[in-house]
Design a protein around this ligand. Structure first.
Ligand SMILES: *Cc1c(COP(=O)(O)O)cnc(C)c1O
Length: 246
């Protein structure tokens, strides 16, 4: 596995998809999904040009922070977060992508307020109503956004989704388009709330081109950079198999 080559390949894929959609590739962040990776691999990825890493598990986040593995790269949290672990994440990451319930939203805001900081967050939306996945149903997204806007400790930056694993190119495009439209609708409904919702976190190794075509500003890529992962043990977010990629 050649990390540099993989990064270049994914970047080229982002560039092509962005240009085909009339978008500026610079508007799309390539977030390395670093779950199960060692501090050494993370260091190598950052040395090879990765500017943002996304962690799924509090334990791995803490270990890699202790190791000073990220260097100058941003750190994001993208995995399922339990309310009792919020204290290990708030104030330590640039952006929490996976705010999936009102209870978690309040816990993050509470913790942030007590630390005198504002935590940037995304609302995770469960687009397809999959019972195996967390996230707000689309019809509850506006209420959650309104709640977020009312809480001093958080700043709502946008939406995130993990659609069902696609088995063919183009299959997840409608999901991505739906998330984008939802963000547009929420912005439209909240013109008075000073929300600056400019982040759409969507697209993984198997479907990031479709996500970019639909307006993603942040793709979360693991296996296309680091190679296949061993299956996750219970407790981790295992988004299921993704499309084979080049
Ligand atoms: C693991 C993971 C990814 C990356 O998945 P790949 O298919 O390996 O690119 C993206 N988002 C989340 C939330 C993940 O857990």
């Amino acid at each position: 596995m050649d990390l540099r080559e993989n990064i270049e390949r994914v970047r080229a894929g982002i560039d092509a998809a962005a240009r085909a959609a009339g978008r500026d590739p610079a508007d799309i962040t390539l977030l390395a999904a670093t779950k199960t990776q060692s501090s050494e691999t993370i260091r190598a990825a950052v040395a090879a040009g990765i500017t943002a890493c996304g962690e799924n598990r509090v334990q791995e986040l803490t270990a890699h922070l202790d190791d000073d593995a990220y260097g100058p790269a941003q750190v994001h949290f993208i995995g399922h977060l339990q309310t009792n672990k919020v204290k290990y994440v708030v104030g330590r990451v640039e952006l929490i992508h996976s705010v999936s319930s009102e209870r978690l939203l309040r816990a993050i805001a509470d913790r942030a307020e007590r630390m005198w900081l504002t935590q940037d967050i995304l609302l995770e939306i469960n687009l397809a109503g999959e019972t195996s996945k967390s996230g707000f149903p689309p019809e509850e997204a506006l209420a959650a956004a309104r709640l977020a806007a009312s809480l001093k400790g958080v700043r709502l930056r946008g939406l995130m989704c993990i659609p069902p694993a696609a088995s063919a190119p183009g299959e997840n495009l409608p999901h991505f388009q739906k998330l984008r439209q939802l963000a547009v609708d929420i912005r439209g409904e909240m013109v008075d709330n000073r929300v600056d919702m400019d982040v759409l976190s969507m697209g993984m190794s198997g479907d990031y081109r479709d996500a970019v075509a639909a307006g993603s500003t942040c793709i979360r890529v693991g296996s296309a950079l680091f190679g296949p992962r061993p299956p996750m043990s219970p407790g981790g977010t295992a988004p299921g198999p993704s499309l084979p990629h080049d």
